[in-house]
Every structure is written in C-alpha cells, then in structure tokens.
Design a protein around this ligand. Structure first.
Ligand code: NDP
Length: 317
C-alpha cells in the first residue's frame, strides 16, 4: 500500500453527477480529485444522442458530452485520475479511500457518484446490438423509434412506465413478461392493460434479438409454458428489468436502502457519515436522468464546501 497526498474533496465516479460536483468544487478552490472508475464517463458513454439535456437544441453525442464535462472540470483545476476505488474506510477521520488496491488517499470530504448499472439479460445478441436498437432507457432513446414497433422486457414499475411512455411514440409496444402476472403497482398495470397499442406476452422470455448491419429487426420470444417460439418484427428492444446501484464497496461503511442505494437525508446529499455525500443515480432510484444527476452533483459540491468551511471554523476556535 502506498500512501498518497491528502485531498480536500475526493470524488468517486465520472458520470454527470461526479463531473458536475468536480466543476463546482474546483471553482470553489477546493482542488478536487476525481477517480473515473472502470467506465470513464459512466452510462452516457453507452448512449448515442442525448436530446433531453437542456442547452443542446440539436442534441449531443453521449461520449462527447462526457469528454466536454471532463474538460470543463479540468479547466478549473480538477485532477482526473483513471483509477478504480477498490475500498473505503469511513470509520475514522480523515476518510480513507484505496485506489486500485494499492494507493491510499486521505480525504477531508468524499463525494460518492458511482452511479447504477442497468441489468441486462445476459444473452449475446444484447451486446451485439448495443446502441443499434438495444437500449436500457426508454426516456433517453424512445424518440428514435417514433412510429416503429418496439419490445420492452420486464414486469415492474419501470417496464410499465417505459412501455406506456413508448406507446405514445411508437406504433406498437410488445411487453415481454416472464410470469403470468406483473410485479408493477396495480395502477401502472392498469395503464398498460388499457393501452390499445401495448400487447403483453405473458409467460414469455427473450430467446434472441435478431438483426443485421442496420440494427435490430426482430426478437424471438419463447413461451416458457408451451416452449412455442415466435419471431416478432421490431426495431427497438428496451430492457427494464431493474438497475443495480454500484455500491458494493460501501458495504458496512454507508447506510443503504433495501435495494442497495445509498441513503441520504432528504433534500440534501448527506449520508450517515459526516463528510461523505452521495449524488446522482447511486442515491436515486426514481429519476435517474443525466440532468437530475448533474443537479445533485452540484448539491453535493455545495454540501461538501459548507461542511469543510464548518470544519475549518471548528479548528480555528
Ligand atoms: P423491479 O426490480 O421492481 O422489477 C424488475 C422486473 O424485471 C420484475 O418484474 C422481474 O420479473 C423482471 N425481470 C428481472 N430479471 C428478468 C429477466 N432476466 N428476464 C425477464 N424479466 C426479468 O425493477 P424496476 O426497475 O421496475 O423498479 C425498481 C424500483 O423503482 C421499484 O421499487 C419500483 O417501484 C420503482 N419505480 C417506481 C416508478 C414510479 O413509481 N413511477 C417507476 C419506476 C420504478 P419478476 O416479477 O418475474 O421477478
């Protein structure tokens, strides 16, 4: 283990939440250090065009947006380090963060912005058509399938919400449900069942997504009661089988809810540990948008700044 420099604001994660926190902390003169994690730029780097982030009338390419955010953070003095935080020790102060299992950093405050990852089915065709018709975010990508047929897999509130959302844009939505009932709340289920252009395929699983160079052209589904297979022509395939917050490294360190999201005091980014703040999708199971993540990143930096100022006052007296 190598002991590294002490950091005022240490940011874990490089999505819109982390970079926004970095921009604010850097402009406040707090010299933040940001660790990118294993997917520098976060979930937006696996998206094509982002059309719902205010300020880009023509839309913006996801990876480009993340490069711009990094540049903006660096311009004000953020030190961006390509590294993976592998463990943390928040049991004493200053806080300790270990990177790549070897470099130990001491931090006066930590902003956690490790995000969440959409769950995938784990079939090869999903990867093959990633960004070419396969998406895990209807609000982000639904618009590209206007007037087209699409499929959604899942049976929870996300699947219900996303299929209802898509039904307004697309000619038809096929909802692929693996059991004979949905987990979604009754009211959301009713909405799905009352929408004429949503067809629910019960007891059905995804066998394979099919397509060609142009992208997805269909999905082969299989009825798990009868084993009957069927090919449905679609152009978009949406996953809505849940997200997993990236919080394993905070086990025993931060309070989490039953789904693993970091708990914050409502209306703030404060966790149960003094000086540790959580922003973006890692603490948000409801909204999960780039703009809400960025907004909470800003809140995290302001909370950290206030915390550090109060600490300094304590020391001065
Ligand atoms: P959930 O965990 O609630 O649901 C996941 C769904 O995906 C389940 O129905 C599950 O099926 C299905 N599923 C899981 N794995 C597979 C698989 N391999 N193949 C096929 N289907 C699969 O996740 P959500 O994202 O829907 O919701 C997460 C949380 O967020 C919930 O608490 C939800 O209430 C909340 N939420 C609230 C919203 C709102 O109120 N507006 C909107 C969206 C989410 P099965 O049922 O068979 O296990």
């Amino acid at each position: 283990m190598e002991k590294k420099e002490s950091v005022k604001v240490l940011i874990i994660g490089s999505g819109p939440a982390g970079y926004t926190a970095a921009i604010y902390a850097a402009r406040a003169g707090l010299n933040p250090v940001l660790f990118t994690g294993g997917q520098p730029g976060g979930q937006l780097t696996i998206t094509n065009d982002v059309e719902n982030f205010p300020g880009y009338p023509e839309g913006v390419n996801g990876p480009q947006m993340m490069m711009d955010l990094q540049k903006q953070a660096e311009r004000f003095g953020t030190k961006v380090i390509y590294g993976m935080v592998t463990s943390v020790d928040f049991s004493s102060y200053p806080l300790q963060v270990t990177v790549d299992e070897k470099d130990v950093y001491e931090a006066e405050s930590v902003i956690v912005s490790t995000g969440a990852s959409a769950k995938y089915l784990g079939i090869p065709s999903e990867e093959k058509f990633a960004n070419k018709g396969v998406s895990a975010c209807a609000v982000c990508d639904g618009y590209f399938y206007r007037g087209k047929e699409v499929a959604v897999v899942g049976a929870g509130d996300s699947a219900a919400e996303e299929s209802t959302y898509l039904s307004k844009l697309c000619s038809k939505v096929h909802l692929i449900v693996r059991r004979d009932e949905m987990r979604a709340s009754k009211i959301m289920q009713q909405r799905v069942l009352n929408t004429p252009n949503i067809e629910v395929h019960w007891n059905t699983e995804t066998d394979e997504i099919v397509g060609d160079d142009s992208g997805v052209t269909g999905v082969r589904i299989i009825n798990n009661k009868t084993n009957e297979k069927k090919l449905i022509p679609i152009q978009g395939f949406f996953l809505a089988i849940g997200h997993k917050p990236n919080t394993d490294i905070f086990d025993g360190q931060l309070e989490k809810d039953e789904a693993g999201y970091v708990k914050v005091i409502p209306g703030t980014t404060k966790t149960n540990v003094e000086g540790v703040f959580a922003v973006g999708d890692v603490a948000d199971r409801v909204y999960r948008q780039a703009i809400t993540a960025a907004g909470s990143g800003c809140m995290g930096a302001l909370d950290a700044e206030k915390f550090l100022a109060a600490k300094e006052m304590e020391v001065a007296h």
